[in-house]
Write a protein that binds this ligand. Sequence first.
Ligand code: 2HA
Ligand code: ZN
Length: 273
Amino acid sequence: MSILDLDVIKSFVRVCDDGYSEGWHERNGGNLSYRMTNEEVEACKPYFTYDRPWVNMGVQADNLKNEYFMVTGTGKFFRNTILDPAANICIVEINDAGDSYRIVWGLVNGGGPTSEFPTHFMNHSVRVAATDGKCRVIYHAHPVNIIALTFVLPLTSEAFSKVLWQSMTECPIIFPNGVGVVEWMIPGGAEIAHRTCELLKTYDAVVWAHHGLFVSGDTFDNAYGLMHTIEKSAEIYCRILSLGQPIRQTISDEGLVDVAAAYGQTLNKDLLK
Ligand code: 2HA
Ligand code: ZN
């Protein structure tokens, strides 16, 4: 038995590998974090060590004190994760104050969690509050088509949500709240973290202009599925634009509201104004 046999590690690595295969993770692009359940922490604990230092994150969250996160490593390539998980990902423990982490497993050749970890951490805090504790996954990737659209659509939630909802019928059911959009900013800093957090209070997903997409979810399947769905819808819209023909017909606003309602979801109608 090895920690690598546990389902939680296998599921985490599978997201990294599938995302890489989709072309969303060139070089060291993208990052993934997962808030572990108590049962998963107990199963992993025999493999933990406590000799690495506490690192202050510069951000703090009361609702994440003493939590454990599985996180991709900074500068590590998603492509390599499946070959050697212990060298490319880690598990971190959050301290009693909710402002520092220490690595308790992984990154065996050195390194730290993703440079976006303060962003992920604050995103988790906001999504845990917004979902009554259900959200566990924050996933950031660089999918081609959603990035391409940030060069031609207005950088608003209204414009992006409507195009994505209209381009594939299941979209209003899968993300009825729509998507947030952040204008171009330097990644890895406090400002983009705060802007993303503000939008995640309302939206499950946030587009970063000319950069990529952040999604959240209760399970790996739902977070990965949201990334996949948004990117596929963006791909369809890009394909439509590349046909160079006028759009003759699309789904009406009423149709978007109705398809969500037919599957028990309430579409964020504010975005249709
Ligand atoms: O981890 O994607 O936004 C590399 C990035 C930073
Ligand atoms: Zn990125």
